[in-house]
Design a binder for this molecule. Structure first.
Ligand SMILES: [Zn+2]
Length: 260
């Protein structure tokens, strides 16, 4: 366990300035895709990649014939933090063999809103190189902003490197999405969990693309994770919604063919 990569203590700044920046961020440096959906789409995503997301996440989804997207921070490999044990190389290989999508994060989980473009690009290069060294030979086409925080200048810069970048703002994409800051709805225990179910129910009335994100799936999850029982409840609700379940990459490919 390497303590310097323990992200336990870090949470993004909550100053008024930081809050205002986060509010304005969705409006700036957008890359809009427009589409019309008859049938809803749900994407499951896992960030950082705790080991439990393999056993209680990837494997459970694969049993349904579904594939998820994993935004892997390679620098967290083998450590233990508030999400429990982090992934090992064997876990990465396993989920890849089951057809799950491997996507990018920053190598050491830096907050991009607090970083220069050089720092962000260096972290991405380092992450991509580390994933390649672990056998991920496909290009890394999708990315998630750690903590969902960034700057407009990074949104523009990373658009050249990735087909999409995902944030952590909840919501369903109806008719359009910002590929530089995709919305993602938390699958966390507690009150957030009911919101996730509510959004799924809404899909039957009004189809859209709903991206879920979580971290650890354990009996005693962190506040950014959920229990295996809750995860199974979500799977049941997704089935009831009639949604098609696709990785982020597959969803975008599909949406590109459904212009509104
Ligand atoms: Zn993360």
């Amino acid at each position: 366990m390497s303590a310097h990569l323990d992200i336990n203590a870090y949470e993004p700044p909550t100053s008024l300035g930081a809050k205002v920046s986060r509010k304005l961020l969705p409006l700036r440096a957008r890359r809009t895709i427009r589409f019309k959906l008859e049938r809803p789409i749900v994407s499951f995503t896992f960030d950082d990649f705790p080991r439990s997301a393999r056993y209680q996440g990837a494997d459970i989804l694969a049993m349904q014939g579904w594939r998820a997207t994993f935004y892997v921070a390679a620098g967290l490999k083998g450590i233990e933090n508030h999400h429990g044990d982090s992934f090992r190389e064997v876990d990465l290989t396993h989920i890849r063999e089951f057809g799950h999508e491997i996507a990018g994060h920053t190598y050491s989980h830096i907050d991009c809103a607090q970083s220069t473009s050089e720092q962000v690009l260096a972290e991405i290069d380092r992450n991509n190189a580390a994933l390649k060294a672990m056998g991920v030979t496909n290009p890394i086409e999708h990315f998630a902003w750690p903590y969902g925080t960034t700057k407009a200048v990074h949104k523009s810069a990373l658009a050249k490197h990735f087909k999409s970048m995902r944030g952590v703002m909840p919501g369903v994409h109806h008719n359009k999405a910002d590929l530089n800051l995709l919305k993602a709805t938390p699958l966390f225990s507690g009150t957030e969990f009911d919101n996730a179910l509510e959004m799924l129910r809404g899909l039957t009335k009004r189809p859209g693309w709903l991206i879920f994100f979580t971290h650890d799936v354990r009996n005693k999850p962190s506040k950014w994770g959920l229990t295996p029982v809750e995860f199974r409840n979500i799977i049941d609700a997704v089935k009831q919604s009639g949604a098609q379940v696709l990785s982020v990459g597959s969803a975008i490919k599909k949406l590109e063919g459904h212009h509104g």
